[in-house]
Design a binder for this molecule. Structure first.
Ligand code: ATP
Ligand code: MG
Length: 314
């Protein structure tokens, strides 16, 4: 229902072309992360999807339907939107902010309240402390979490997130990312997310879209972006120095292990990715380790040499 098709979309302000003939599709239930320098048109592209910015040329389809055939207000109620810099309503409490779309959709009070409480809990904001506070009484990171909770409130099939985790400290940020992944998996939500953080892009994206000066330079899987960058800018953006480690972070240990062996002094969980496995082996000072499943049964082994081989350019 919520696949997105962007076809030859251009946005001009006067003589300035800020989004230039962009085409891409986002599969239902997948996450596309949009990256690129400041002013490259990321927010504009995203805001055309929910008609906050009118398209100059081209078409966008959501769930097979041309967005111009859906009234803008109806479209926006179906699409969750977390705005760059949070965009909370200053004169509404945290609970009222989160309840905005459920109220527009006519949910009853009990259902709305329980959803608000659930979301506050999910984002580590104690309802007793935060529900009745106003946005100016919260820290930047807390406001940002409320903004994301508001976007998720009506369980939208499609979620647009413009730098939703920018103001969060690394620990909360990691947790917010994992929460988003869990929510996205549970509900099969289609997500388009803008970020400046390439680690975030690789952690979250099924697909990464790289923009520069209004143009879409490349839109492909994280692996392809790393191993087959279509343009020097894409290569530069993904960082030349730690490409090997980024690539390793995309591969689960369980897909790359060797046969199980007895007598290994140290064990790793098969749910680790190759980068974390390497880091753990360096830290523990072991050249070879057993690999265990969730029940601590040995299912394989991994050696330092094998890990280094796996991180080499194919
Ligand atoms: N309403 C507007 N009128 C004129 N120009 C605009 C308008 N909105 C955006 N622009 C211009 O369009 C370009 C793209 O802006 P956009 O906000 O999409 O960039 P961005 O990639 O999201 O940047 P950032 O990473 O800084 O958020 C910029 O040069 C901006 O100045
Ligand atoms: Mg922006």
């Amino acid at each position: 229902m919520s696949k997105i098709e962007i076809r030859n979309v251009t946005k001009r302000y006067g003589s300035a072309t800020v989004v230039d003939n962009v085409s891409m599709s986002v599969e239902k239930g997948s996450i596309t992360v949009v990256v690129g320098t400041s002013g490259s048109g990321k927010s504009t592209l995203m805001r055309m999807i929910n008609r906050l910015v009118p398209i100059t040329e081209g078409q966008i389809f959501v769930g097979g339907q041309n967005i111009m055939d859906v009234p803008a207000t109806e479209l926006r109620r179906k699409i969750g939107y977390a705005i760059q810099g949070h965009g909370l309503f200053p004169h509404r409490t945290v609970a009222q902010n989160i309840a905005t779309v459920p109220q527009l959709l006519g949910w009853d009070a009990a259902r709305t309240d329980s959803r608000v409480t659930e979301l506050l809990g999910l984002f580590n904001l104690d309802p007793a402390t935060f529900a009745e506070k106003y946005p100016h009484q919260l820290s930047g990171g807390q406001q940002q979490r409320v903004g994301v909770a508001r976007a998720l409130a009506a369980e939208p099939e499609l979620l647009l997130m413009d730098e939703p985790f920018g103001a969060l400290d690394p620990v909360i940020r990691g947790k917010a990312q994992d929460d988003l992944l869990a929510i996205q998996k549970q509900f099969g939500t289609t997500v388009v997310l803008v970020t400046h953080d390439m680690d975030e892009a690789f952690h979250l994206g099924n697909q990464i879209a790289v923009m520069s000066e209004g143009k879409l330079l490349q839109c492909s899987t994280p692996e392809k972006i790393l191993t087959e960058p279509s343009d020097p800018f894409v290569q530069q953006l993904t960082g030349t120095s730690d490409r090997a480690l980024k690539l390793m972070s995309l591969t689960p240990l369980k897909d790359s292990m060797e046969p199980a062996k007895s007598g290994l002094p140290y064990s790793l969980a098969q749910s680790l990715n190759l980068r974390d496995a390497l880091a753990e082996m360096i830290w523990q000072g072991v050249d070879e380790a057993a690999v265990q499943d969730a029940n601590k049964a040995a299912v394989g082994s991994i050696s330092m040499n094998r890990l280094i081989e796996l991180g080499r350019k194919a």
